[in-house]
Design a protein around this ligand. Structure first.
Ligand code: HEM
Length: 406
């Protein structure tokens, strides 16, 4: 996830030293980045990308090392857009402050608690969504919009403790957040809209935090209310915002990508709907094959050296998870989509180190349940009339997954 400010230090000497990096464009990264990643990994594994104003890493080993080294590679940057819009939270702090935040939120996201408190909701939501799909006269749908999105919004509402019917409101704010977090050119109107959305979310959620509106037992907000050493309200709101932001499009994208990948590579990999282990294999391999979050961004706190390349303090390093996941030093024949791959789970698609994704188990539970339903549709296939391909440099997924069945 990017929480960077883009610095424009694309000076000529760096461009000369890193000629391949100098040719990298956001457009190429958003289209099919994998040939580019292979080239960089082999020839310029630590490179400078003037178009982004950032250093870029593509080898899995280097990325694992950087993500483990929070003292020298921090998420805590004074001018980060995520902090500007949301305030201080677990993804813009490191060391003690991050631990203080994160430990208060981990409980509801543990597998046992999710299975107890959330699985019923996920199943009920899917029952409703599948009924709507199967009721229609046309046996055709965009499964991203009709299934993956509503499932991820309603699930996150349930884990936080917010009414599911408020999902549409949350989605409306979401677009303003997303624009503001990608506002690297500093457009004041976009920033204002992002801040206004964050403020409105704060006003909406405060009555729940203060006990003026009910929340279900076991939910995140119930835990915050019962905390013996409570965070300040602004800290609670900022962390709820990053959870909300981190949990909607990511999960929606990952489920959409998994369905797309399984249907695209259908001969080898169409999952058996009643075999949860097989569904998990498909999901993990699709996370590896095309990560929904393509990068983790860090800031150097001191001068560092990676593979002989010196990077000064206060610069931005983008760790390309999609590149790590296709590193041939770790994954055999990495471009092949293969749910039987023994080490698919070594992907870095949920990050690594102290900022490892809080919602990884939640996403896995939602995906398993969603794939089980979807692959029960008889004769399910991608709609040849509405082709779609994965796209995106930061957040990556097919814009829609149009399928037909029957
Ligand atoms: C398949 C879906 C998901 C993917 C691919 C994903 C990916 C990631 C990645 C790569 C990071 C690390 C960011 C970094 O270190 O810079 C991360 C962190 C995070 N994710 Fe997820 N995520 C997903 C689902 C979720 C869900 C459902 C939630 C909601 C609970 C969530 C909440 C978070 C939070 C709060 C963090 C920051 C954790 C910290 O700073 O310690 N994510 N996620």
């Amino acid at each position: 996830m990017q929480n960077a400010t883009t610095m424009n230090r694309g000076d000529a000497s760096r461009a000369r030293r890193f000629p391949r990096g100098a040719r990298v464009t956001v457009e190429a990264l958003a289209g099919d980045p994998y040939p580019l990643f292979h080239e960089l990994r082999a020839a310029e594994p630590v490179t400078w990308v003037p178009e982004l104003g950032m250093w870029m890493l593509t080898r899995r080993d280097d990325i694992v090392e950087v993500l483990a080294d929070w003292q020298r590679f921090t998420t805590d940057a004074p001018a980060s857009t995520i902090r500007d819009i949301f305030g201080s939270h677990m993804l813009t702090t490191d060391g003690e402050p991050q631990i203080r935040y994160k430990r208060r939120f981990i409980g509801p996201f543990r597998r046992g608690n999710l299975e107890r408190n959330l699985l019923g909701t996920v199943r009920a939501v899917l029952d409703g969504l599948m009924e709507e799909l199967e009721d229609g006269r046309r046996r055709a749908a965009d499964l991203r919009a009709r299934l993956a999105r509503p499932l991820s919004v309603r699930s996150i509402c349930r884990v936080l403790g917010l009414p599911e019917r408020d999902g549409a409101r949350l989605l409306a704010w979401y677009d303003d957040f997303a624009a503001a977090l990608e506002n690297f050119t500093g457009d004041p109107g976009v920033r204002r809209a992002g801040k206004a959305a964050a403020r409105e979310f704060g006003e909406y959620v405060t009555p729940f935090l203060r006990g003026k509106r009910p929340v279900p037992a076991g939910s995140t907000i119930a835990g915050l209310r019962a905390d013996a050493e409570p965070l300040a309200e602004a800290e609670m709101v900022a962390n709820l915002l990053i959870i909300l932001f981190g949990g909607i499009e990511t999960t929606e994208s990952a489920i959409a990508s998994a369905i797309w990948a399984a249907l695209t590579h259908r001969t080898a990999s169409r999952p058996a709907a009643d075999d949860p282990g097989r569904l998990d294999d498909v999901f993990e391999e699709s996370l590896r094959w095309d990560a929904a979050v393509q990068s983790c961004t860090r800031f150097t706190t001191e001068p560092v050296e990676i593979r002989g390349v010196r990077i000064p303090a206060n610069e931005t390093v983008q760790c390309m998870l999609g590149a790590a996941n296709r590193d041939p030093a770790h994954f055999d024949d990495p471009d092949r989509f293969d749910p039987d791959r023994a080490n698919a789970r070594d992907h870095l698609s949920f990050g690594a180190g102290r900022h490892f994704c809080l919602g990884a188990t939640l996403a896995r539970i939602e995906a398993r349940e969603a794939l089980a339903r979807v692959f029960r549709l008889p004769g399910l296939r991608l709609d040849p009339e509405r082709p779609s391909r994965p796209h995106g440099h930061e957040f990556r997924a097919p814009p829609g997954v149009w399928v037909v069945w029957g």
